[in-house]
Design a binder for this molecule. Structure first.
Ligand SMILES: *Cc1c(COP(=O)(O)O)cnc(C)c1O
Length: 428
């Protein structure tokens, strides 16, 4: 399997090259040249597979040229060493809990897969790789944990100052060793722009072997499709499966769309969004209009120009009508997010985090007859304690696993949002 850039299909490169390079020089995104279709026996048997078996069966189509099957199996066992349970919350509404990994948000799977791929590819190299990653909250922690002490890899995390939760900040600033955090005086889009510019800068690339751990990297993007196989096979209820995905940078939902193209029976998607609702607006009126980023309670989705949008368009053949047929948008503001968290707690005794709340409410409000809804619960509520306490109007006891982290000391270097400061930092 080869990969091309969404901006030019002439050059095709291997999985390994696409993972290491992360971003094509033409500023597009890597995309698989063919989308494999999984027929039988996969679909008649996958109900009884383990998660790592599903992971291997799906991912081998993309990376078997560069990773032998037994190595891929080993990587998948290691990456998916925790459960992804589906919990029935209300009639025909299920929560796929993606927060049982080491940093309590869904990004662990992609970050761990990427770390293990790069670790494997790097065994035969002697140049240190520098991973740049911009985070709106959860990516940084997942990448930090995934790459912590991986030999030959240095990680630099850029995060927007004051715009991530305390627990998120601790996850990305307290490890030390090969992990460095830069606290950027700007928002997530500024952080993302700095990373993109670094990739396009000739001098930086001559000095450092750069790689990105954002969902622009295919090794982070592709394995997220595993969640959707789990969602469909476990969904409880009778009817067509609708998956509601709290979305920001659109890596997760586009991985679901890929799974659908590979044959997984998903009836439709909901792009559940906070006030930063560029994609729901696009779905409504066909125009992609970038507005300034708004800070919300679901901070991991505070993205005004989602970097995976070109992948979505590639999957739907650049056709607005095709997107519209398959995906509905849903937007929820902060006030209604809080109300949803409170309602779900009192009606169903289920504690939502502010991101999952938007996915839940989209189903609650728009699910049709003969549809079964699954929303992706993308983070553990303990990552957003002040919001949970405000919504539920009661004290939320911090779980023991998080309490230890909160007591650790933050280490981060401040950085302005001008590219020149970032470049100086990297060239120093
Ligand atoms: C990253 C994140 C999202 C958004 O996912 P995308 O793939 O960027 O659309 C949603 N919820 C949480 C908790 C996240 O960490």
């Amino acid at each position: 399997m080869k990969f091309y850039s969404t901006k030019g299909k002439n050059q095709r490169i291997s999985f390994k090259e696409a993972v290491i390079k992360s971003l094509p020089q033409d500023n597009g995104l890597y995309f698989p040249e063919i989308i494999p279709v999984l027929g039988d026996p996969f679909f008649s048997e996958y109900g009884s597979y383990t998660l790592p078996e599903i992971g291997t069966s799906v991912m081998k189509h993309f990376c078997s040229d560069d990773i032998p099957l037994d190595k891929l199996e080993e990587i998948m066992e290691d990456v998916l060493s925790f459960d992804i349970p589906l919990v029935s919350v209300a009639k025909n509404i299920n929560s796929l809990e993606l927060f049982h990994g080491p940093t309590y948000a869904f990004k662990d799977v992609g970050a761990r897969f990427l770390a293990r791929c790069l670790g494997y590819f790097n065994e035969s190299e002697n140049k240190e790789v520098t991973i740049l990653v911009a985070t709106s909250g959860d990516t940084g922690g997942a990448v930090a944990a995934g790459f912590y002490k991986v030999p030959g890899v240095k990680v630099i995390i850029l995060y927007p100052t004051g715009k991530v939760s305390e627990l998120q900040e601790k996850q990305l600033t307290t490890l030390g060793e090969n992990i460095t955090a830069l606290e950027v005086d700007g928002d997530f889009d500024d952080c993302q722009a700095l990373v993109k510019l670094a990739f396009l800068d000739k001098e930086i690339n001559e000095k450092l072997a750069l790689s990105s751990a954002n969902s622009i990297n295919i090794a982070r993007w592709l394995p997220q499709s595993i969640y959707y196989y789990q969602a469909v096979r476990k969904a409880q209820g009778d009817g067509n499966v609708v998956v509601s995905v709290p979305s920001g940078n659109y890596g997760n939902i586009t991985a679901g769309m890929l799974a659908k193209k590979m044959g997984l029976p998903i009836h439709r998607f909901i792009a559940a969004s906070n006030a930063n609702d560029i994609v729901p607006r696009y779905i409504r009126n066909g125009s992609y209009e970038i507005l300034p980023t708004i800070a919300t309670l679901s901070n991991a989705m505070d993205v005004s120009n989602p970097s995976n949008f070109p992948r979505m368009m590639e999957l739907y053949g650049d056709d607005w009508n095709a997107v519209k047929n398959d995906v509905k948008g849903y937007t929820l503001d902060d006030e209604h997010t809080l109300r949803t968290m409170q309602q779900c707690q009192s009606d169903h005794k289920y504690t939502l985090d502010p991101h999952g709340a938007i996915g839940y409410e989209a189903l609650n409000k728009t699910l049709l007859d003969r549809e079964v809804g699954v929303f992706l619960e993308t983070a553990h509520p303990c990552k957003f304690i002040p919001t949970v306490e405000k919504a539920l109007n009661t004290e939320y006891k911090i779980p023991d696993f998080a309490a230890d982290l909160m007591s650790r000391r933050k280490q981060a270097d401040p950085l302005g949002k001008q590219f020149s400061s970032f470049k100086n930092y990297l060239m120093a």
